[in-house]
Ligand binder design. Sequence first.
Ligand SMILES: Nc1ncnc2c1ncn2[C@@H]1O[C@H](COP(=O)(O)OP(=O)(O)OP(=O)(O)O)[C@@H](O)[C@H]1O
Ligand SMILES: O=C(O)[C@H](O)CO
Length: 506
Amino acid sequence: MSLREHALSLFRSVVGTVRPAPMLKRAVKLQGDGCPQLLVKGQAFPVKRDLYLVGFGKAVLGMAAAAEEILGDHLIRGIINVPLGIQESLQRAGMQEMLLKPHSKIQVIEGAKNNLPDPEALKGAVAIQELAEGLTADDLLLVLISGGGSALLPAPIPPILLKEKEKLTKMLASRGAAIQELNIVRKTLSLLKGGGLAQLAYPAQVVSLILSDVIGDPLDIIASGPTVASSHSVQDCLQILTKYNLLHNLPKSVETVLSSSPTKPTAPEDYSHVCNVIIGSNTLALDEAKRQAEDLGYATLILSTAICGEVGRVATLYCQLVQLVCLGLASLGEGPRSEEVRGNLLQLVAELEIPGLNLANFLQALQGLGPERPVCILAGGETTVQLQGTGKGGRNQELALRVGLGLHRARAMETGSPLGRCEIVFLSGGTDGQDGPTEAAGAFCSPELVEAALQEGLDVEAFLSNNDSYTFFSQFQGGHHLLVTGLTGTNVMDIQAILVRATERS
Ligand SMILES: Nc1ncnc2c1ncn2[C@@H]1O[C@H](COP(=O)(O)OP(=O)(O)OP(=O)(O)O)[C@@H](O)[C@H]1O
Ligand SMILES: O=C(O)[C@H](O)CO
């Protein structure tokens, strides 16, 4: 098998591991017939009378199918908001276990094309709001939450219009706002986000099962925390709008809401009827990828499950890492060139402030791998792209293209570069199967990409300066380097795999 085939098989098995149904089934059980109890990761919730279910996010269809199987007749009714086209995509892929049964009690609303709120998603949000408002103290509301939930549960505070909120979120995202910043703004302008849904469901017991797609699993940020007390204030929102130069450009309606918002977040004691539980994350995915890569014969290390930062800086980080791996495979891991690359890496990581990454330990482990076996480095997280151009792309495809360019330059700059003595493949992909507003999940690259593209008349730098990575990869070698999976029905951020093997021994 080629390195590319290995990378593809790792990606596919990762996505398989974080399928929502098995994760939900591991976390939830229903016990007892007379006085049933819902058991969630060891905590018991009595089902006093009726059990309802709502959900929103890219992975929620499969979560709902599994939940309905567990809850059986105890479930009275459910409503879930899921991405447009997901039922068809999963049907086509033969993933029946992620689909609801024909007479399901759960109503499915599809919306939020390209991960942007739309009237369909709004319709679903209104239906969920009405269901929550009608609950009593004897009811239990199971809330299924996953990434993409923010766009699928839009409920702008009047008089803000859906279009106005969509435009503001789009502008923030295109200026490179991180998901934390984006969702603090979304929470301030929404009826249901930032704990709003939990408040509406009171006095019912609320149990939220959450599949995390945010670094560090922050409950109040994932899908903008509709069942979590928000620790953010309107002041935080104003700061973010100022940072991205949007404060003086706001629609009147947004100004009205901001000036009348309470200055303090709701007290945490108002959430005593709520339990929020994380049932899966990127860590699980990378652990499985590591196991698989080792089975394939690679000496494997996980760099981090929290890679974040501007896409160009992250690409530089990966290029330096590849160079270090190649130096190691060329038995040059101890020399001055390796020292220099290690220094660059330490500086880059300090600048990127990747949470929890102990690079010194990682580098030591890398040095210990030795030159005998091919090397696989795995990482997960989410980069940010500051859009400068008008092209079509996503952060994974842009990252892959930037890594391809970086490796090409590194090889060209150094005669006898260790990159020339290795076969290298880099893959970056979104586990949800959709990278930005494109049909691909991500892309592969290698140091040869730039030259091969030039032979086809494709100038990588020109595509990059227009944020046009999808167009590039679609045209280059007939789209061979695109990672295309279709919507996967799960969502635990992005993953990157670097596979390197020596082609000649020094
Ligand atoms: N042309 C482009 N080139 C590169 N990145 C882009 C481009 N257009 C959009 N993006 C990036 O794609 C991101 C949105 O992608 P996507 O819809 O896959 O979001 P997501 O973060 O995976 O969604 P969620 O976390 O809600 O599941 C934005 O951060 C945006 O900057
Ligand atoms: O929906 C969202 O807000 C993002 O996917 C983060 O969870």
